[in-house]
Design a protein around this ligand. Sequence first.
Ligand code: NAD
Ligand code: UFG
Length: 343
Amino acid sequence: MSNHRKQTVLVTGAAGYIGSHTSLELLNQGYSVVAIDNLANGKVEALRRVEKITGKEVPFFNADLRDADTLKAIFEQHPIDAVIHFAGYKAVGESVEKPLLYYSNNVSASVTLMEAMEEHQAGNIVFSSSCTVYGKPDSVPVRETDELAPTNPYGRSKLMVERILEDSFQAIPSLSVSILRYFNPIGAHPSGRIGEDPTGIPNNLLPYVARVAAGQLDKLQVFGNDYNTHDGTGVRDYIHVVDLAKAHIAALEELWNNTSLLETYNLGTGQGYSVLDVVKTFEEVSGKEVPFEFADRRPGDVDKTFADPSKANKKLNWYAKKDLNEMCKDMWNWQIKNPDGYN
Ligand code: NAD
Ligand code: UFG
């Protein structure tokens, strides 16, 4: 493995939440990072802080992935050995309103990226997929071989890219692919210098809870208390973003240590927690109250999903190590150090 330490990785969406945390881990482990992001949802400041924390420079291209000329320039200027592909949109509700935006930004952009990779013989790609490709799971824990039945355009865009990668893998001998299906990434780097900085009012549970605890929002609405779960509220598999970032490096190393590989992995802890479990833990670690009220179910939500991560445990020798306590603690640390996010 150590002979791969000096490889150069193109990180798409590097100024975003998971991209910035993964770039930091890559740099800490001796890889070079080249970043592309159009700042649709990412912040340059995230990358600047990654540079400060690591003491390393990250060449940054402020460009859209659909811009083939910029991609060509990146591959010509930098010896890219692998790509980690985070760039995309991720809001389920918005994808229902604007499906073409999602198919363009998530699917077309991935095709443009793959074309540039093929042209420049860059053979390894790690792709950000999502547990949303399973739709409403028939049973939990969810295994990689379970049925794929996404219920919204966002999920379908992720599944389409998975299919495009599989077809490309069959046709392009130099290509190796790692498809990572994330469950619910939360938390922040323990330094509190980088974290999730959603624009506007957060859709997701943890950023919302953190702002309620900080007094920036009045109270949490808990969407549904009549689900078939231990306390009636929705159950998810929350995973610390630093654990998730490390999984990308394990996946890259697997690609480098093998030729011609296509693997798909669930990335989660394997533990499900309810909304009320999360609220309670957040209150404990922050010492703040998180007022909440029960509200109607959110359309499209599933009652319960969590991963069977045993394939990633076994084949990548990767384990999610940080528990819900640590996830909430690091989330709170980021919140109090950056009450206005990166602004
Ligand atoms: P994010 O929005 O913080 O990061 C995505 C980054 O991609 C942003 O910085 C954005 O500016 C950039 N981007 C978007 N479209 C682009 C384009 N056309 N060209 C260049 N840059 C572009 O999101 P994240 O939470 O870091 O998610 C990263 C990836 O992981 C996404 O593909 C997302 O679908 C996937 N994912 C996220 C979650 C989650 O809950 N956060 C769960 C499963 C999968
Ligand atoms: N929830 C609330 N109140 C809120 C926000 C969320 O009660 O204000 C509940 C939801 O109903 C759900 C749980 O908290 O039970 C988690 O909700 P999130 O929005 O944080 O996460 P989801 O599991 O709904 O969605 C996430 C990503 C999606 C992705 C999906 C599957 O946001 O992009 O995981 O990967 F599609």
